[in-house]
Write a protein that binds this ligand. Structure first.
Ligand code: GLN
Length: 470
């Protein structure tokens, strides 16, 4: 049942919020070994559901997400709860406040079932860098679910939650969505408040949603989107109604950049994605070939800018302000060093070192400044592309889910798997990943559509159309 229908049924008393939550908890229990959750709020959630059922019985008004079961990535703060970011360094930090998105979920009467596992500080594409162990892919338990929001993707894929929140800095919603056959949207930069999201790379980070189907992701985004004066980068632009569909795709202009279908892409994924494009063409869409030459530099840009910002953002985890503190007896500098060496995992340390390097005197101009300049060229490429088309199509990932452990010793190979997703973050635009088929290796893969900033609606319309008609 869709998220929208589920809420309708709960409000009409066709099902109780409690029974619905119990179904999710049962699914969660049965798939516990996949390690999607870092914490489950079973009692609290059951209390909330019982309370909601009482209010519904009394005929009281309830919020637009009444009884909807939501999983939340563990880098989003919930007041009074631990936030781990998949790291040891924050333990046992409890957030004193709610992220804006959590305030919105609570006032909409959603039920938060638990906090989901992630790559440490959202750095990764496989969920293996979590201090809480890797998450397994439900389609094949020897494979990764993608990352960094792998826990949220698996929570939705297994029916442990109806929908989930993730964060996407370079693909962390879209890539795990593709690898688990769920739908994930990275909204435009500024569409959703980042207040209460632990910062990784502030000019790229954005909270977004997962659902089984497009409309589920849209339904949740509707509630969390919008201006927030607690986030100075949040955009004061009205949120349209995301309950939208297309009668047909006649005249819809779809851009196909040749760089997105070049070497390095799995052949079956390529033909799977292109066959969807072909069907849309048969239904009346206009296909335009595009050239986006800056794509070649997207990964390099991203891993300079993201690590630079991370090295600055993560400076605050120093043993003084939060959680872990080691080596007190040896003086302040020793304490910083020991806390950070013990608290951070390998990947996070690698990125802090890289980021510090690209920002250092003598290298700043050659790396960081250059990356920012090329970022502007990439943004211009997108502006030009969107003057010729409504959406840009690509695969979400170049390959299906890799084996757990397969890439841990080769970070560069792992970084390359973000090739199709990082550009949307660099340009500040929105992107969605939809299930596109099953590969002969038995694993799902995704198709990505990107659209102009603040035009999430077109992505939802197209997603709904594809699900209903192709
Ligand atoms: N895989 C990318 C990275 O490791 C993206 C992560 C993300 O979007 N949070 O940085």
């Amino acid at each position: 049942m869709s998220a929208r229908k589920t809420v309708e049924h709960i409000k009409n008393r066709e099902i109780s919020a409690t029974d619905h939550l119990k179904t999710c908890l049962k699914n969660l229990e049965q798939t516990k070994h996949l390690n999607a959750f870092i914490r489950v709020f079973e009692e609290k959630a059951l209390d909330q559901a019982a309370n909601l059922d009482r209010r519904i019985q009394k005929g009281e008004a309830t919020g637009p997400l009444a009884g909807l079961v939501v999983a939340v990535k563990d880098n989003i703060n919930i007041a009074g709860e631990l936030t781990s970011c998949g790291s040891k360094i924050l333990n046992p930090f409890k957030s004193p406040y709610n992220a804006t998105v959590i305030d919105k979920l609570e006032s909409a009467d959603a039920i938060i079932v638990g906090k989901t596992n992630l790559d440490e500080f959202a750095m990764g594409s496989s969920n293996e860098s979590s201090a809480f162990g890797p998450v397994k892919n439900p389609h094949n338990e020897n494979r990764v679910p993608g990352g960094s929001s792998g826990g949220s993707a698996v929570a939705v894929a297994t029916g442990s939650a109806d929908v989930a929140l993730g964060s996407d800095t370079g693909g962390s919603i879209r890539q795990p969505a593709a690898l688990t056959a769920t739908v994930g949207i990275k909204p435009s930069y500024g569409r959703v408040s980042r207040y209460g999201l632990v910062a990784y790379a502030s000019s790229l980070d954005q909270i977004g949603t997962f659902g089984k189907k497009t409309d589920d992701a849209a339904f949740l985004l509707q509630q969390i989107a919008g201006y927030d004066n607690l986030d100075s980068t949040s955009a004061d632009i009205a949120v349209p109604d995301y309950n939208v569909s297309l009668e047909n795709v006649k005249g819809l202009k779809i851009g196909v950049p040749k760089e997105y279908f070049a070497k390095g892409l799995d052949n079956e994924i390529k033909s799977g994605v292109l066959s969807i494009v072909e069907k849309l063409k048969t239904d009346g869409a206009e296909i335009t070939e595009l050239e986006m030459s800056s794509t070649e530099y997207a990964i390099a840009m991203y891993y300079i800018i993201a690590t630079a910002e991370a090295s600055s953002n993560l400076a605050r985890f120093d043993g003084v302000r939060y959680g872990l503190r080691k080596g007190d007896e040896d003086g302040l500098i020793e304490m910083y060093g020991q806390t950070r060496s013990e608290g951070f995992g390998d990947e996070v340390r690698r990125r802090i070192i890289l980021g510090t390097y690209v920002l250092s005197a003598g290298y700043y101009d050659a790396y960081y400044k250059k990356a920012q300049q090329v970022r502007r060229i990439l943004k211009n490429d997108f502006d030009k592309a969107f003057s010729a088309c409504d959406v840009i199509v690509s695969p979400t990932t170049p390959a299906t889910a890799f084996k757990i452990g397969e890439m841990v010793d080769d970070p560069l190979a792992m970084y390359l798997s973000d090739i199709y997703t990082v550009s949307a973050n660099l340009a500040g635009i929105c992107g969605i990943s939809l299930p596109a088929g099953i590969h002969s290796d038995g694993l799902p893969f995704g198709i990505q559509f990107q659209a102009k900033a603040f035009n999430e609606s077109i992505l939802f319309k197209l997603g709904n159309y594809i699900e209903n008609n192709l």
